[in-house]
Design a protein around this ligand. Structure first.
Ligand code: ADP
Ligand code: GLC
Length: 482
């Protein structure tokens, strides 16, 4: 089955979060399951630099009149067939893929990402005489106009199914209505039954309205987004599409996240030979100037520092964590106030807390390898990957029971320890006292080294690879194509 995957990011070429990890791993897993996957990406510099052209580019004209070169070739670092939209004027910029250096969204983001959906629809309609997708699978708001363009232009020879995956309903791609008329969609599309959302143009809504099928990245989040609390104003539409909405839990790319083969950590380890983890912990403590000790747990955070991630709760439990002898290592970037608050904590307790503001892939691996507990107290979390990376590296996740965190972490309550299902610490109410109780449970388990070893060994042995999700997506594609 030919599948076109459409996304704005792809690991290891361009990543701002978990979307890139998924976009990099899912095509490989689908190929292993028997699909022939190609990806469609915007021509950001690292992506163009990795592309080995195989065909002469196709020249197109965007709905607003701009020339577009569509290149086709192989992405070297991923060994993956790709189409790349080469428009230097749109994608060759400093900053993140979405924001300028002052962290302001680019003012032409509607065009920059509408183009992804528009080109995807052209490919669905037979643009490439050598390759025809049967399924077009687009990810997040950046690629969400795919279904709308497929519905309206140009006609497809054969039926091509569209799947839209929501990685985070909170980022919607909202634009002023005046932008609608440059996108080349018929006026009828700008309505309640279309992509109009409270007078604005919503890419997210287009994805939810026009795709043949919607998926999201965990079963619990699929239920949560149908409620007014977590529906971000789109729960009504999602409820009407409940029969076309599935939660498929993400996996872990075990070629990237495997402590037995990871060359950026000081010493390798696994469930059979866990001794290397002690070396990793001591090395990080030493490197950061923390007290080198093993009698109390080291807590790790690798996260965007945004409201979603619930890290203000962590600020509320830090005193307790320190009083119990724990240590904390934070790697993150995001909201200025959160960055400042964590830096302040590190200045006050340099022997126990280290905070690095920034984005650093190898350092993230080192934190999972060194830490005993991975903290993910998110207010909401569509799937969450870091709690799964924590499991793989024997760093037990401590999480708020929400979204994908609820689907992957089982609390070390006595009954769960007894039946062998426990793999971390879960708190139910999103408040400081409940998180503090989970932290207290983690210290209690850590004090019982035999039990701790048992739980972390089991965590490292958990099967978290992408094969299960790939089978679920493949079954869905087959169903839609019949
Ligand atoms: P989200 O996509 O909401 O940020 P996920 O848990 O799904 O959350 O994915 C986050 C990804 O980004 C993980 O691969 C994590 O390791 C990585 N990450 C987050 N912040 C940083 C950082 N400051 N440095 C390195 N990697 C980071
Ligand atoms: C989003 C979500 C995160 C999820 C990731 C990959 O960024 O916030 O929970 O793991 O996408 O699907």
């Amino acid at each position: 089955m030919n599948v076109l995957q459409v996304s704005a990011e792809i690991f290891p070429l361009l990543k701002t979060g978990g979307l890139a990890d998924v976009a990099g791993a899912l095509p490989q897993a689908l190929n292993a399951a028997g699909c022939a996957v190609r990806v469609l990406l915007p021509g950001f510099a690292p992506i163009l630099a990795d592309l080995q052209d195989e065909q002469a580019p196709a020249h197109l004209v965007a709905p607003w009149g701009e020339s577009v070169a569509l290149r086709q070739g192989r992405l070297n670092s991923l060994n993956l067939q790709a189409y790349v939209i080469d428009v230097p004027h749109l994608y060759g910029r400093e900053g993140t893929p979405y924001e300028d250096e002052q962290r302001q969204p680019f003012t032409d983001n509607d065009r920059r990402f509408a183009l992804l959906g528009w080109v995807a629809a052209r490919l669905a309609a037979g643009l490439d005489a050598h390759w025809q997708p049967q399924v077009v699978h687009s990810h997040d708001w950046h690629a969400a106009l795919t279904g709308a363009y497929m519905a309206f232009l140009p006609p497809q020879r054969d039926r091509v199914a569209s799947v839209y995956t929501v990685h985070n309903l909170a980022y919607q791609g909202l634009f002023a209505p005046r932008h609608f008329f440059e996108l080349g969609l018929p006026a009828a599309a700008f309505s309640v039954d279309g992509l109009e959302f409270h007078g604005q143009l919503s890419f997210m809504k287009a994805g939810l309205f026009y795709a043949d099928h919607i998926t999201t990245v965990s079963p619990t989040y699929a239920r949560e987004i149908q409620t007014s609390e977590q529906g971000c104003g789109l729960d009504g539409l999602l409820r009407t599409r409940a029969h076309d909405l599935t939660g498929i839990l993400n996996g872990v790319d075990e070629t990237v996240w495997d402590p037995a083969r990871d060359m950026v950590i000081p010493e390798r380890f696994d469930a059979v030979k866990p001794a290397g983890k002690v070396v990793c912990k001591a090395a990080l403590q030493q490197q950061l100037g923390l007290t080198v000790q093993t009698q109390a747990p080291l807590f790790g955070v690798v996260s965007r520092l945004t409201e979603q991630k619930g890290l203000h709760l962590l600020l509320g439990v830090i005193d307790d964590l320190l009083a119990r002898g724990g240590q904390l290592v934070v790697l993150g970037t995001g909201e200025a106030a959160l960055e400042a608050a964590f830096l302040q904590c590190a200045r006050a307790h340099p022997e126990a807390i280290s905070v690095r503001i920034g984005y650093d892939e190898p350092y993230a691996h080192q934190i999972f390898a060194a830490s005993d507990v991975t903290l993910v107290p998110s207010r909401f979390e569509p799937c969450g990957l870091t709690q799964m990376y924590g499991l793989k590296y024997g760093s037990l996740p401590l999480v708020h029971r929400v979204g994908g965190l609820a689907d992957t972490v089982v609390d070390c309550a006595l009954e769960n320890l007894a039946d062998g299902s426990a793999n971390g610490f879960v708190f139910n109410r999103f408040d400081v006292p409940d998180m503090a109780r989970a932290v207290a449970r983690s210290f209690a388990l850590y004090a019982d080294s035999r039990q701790w070893r048992k739980v972390s060994t089991r965590a490292m042995r958990q099967r978290l690879g992408w094969d299960r999700a790939a089978q679920d997506y493949l079954a869905l594609y087959r169903r839609l194509c019949h």
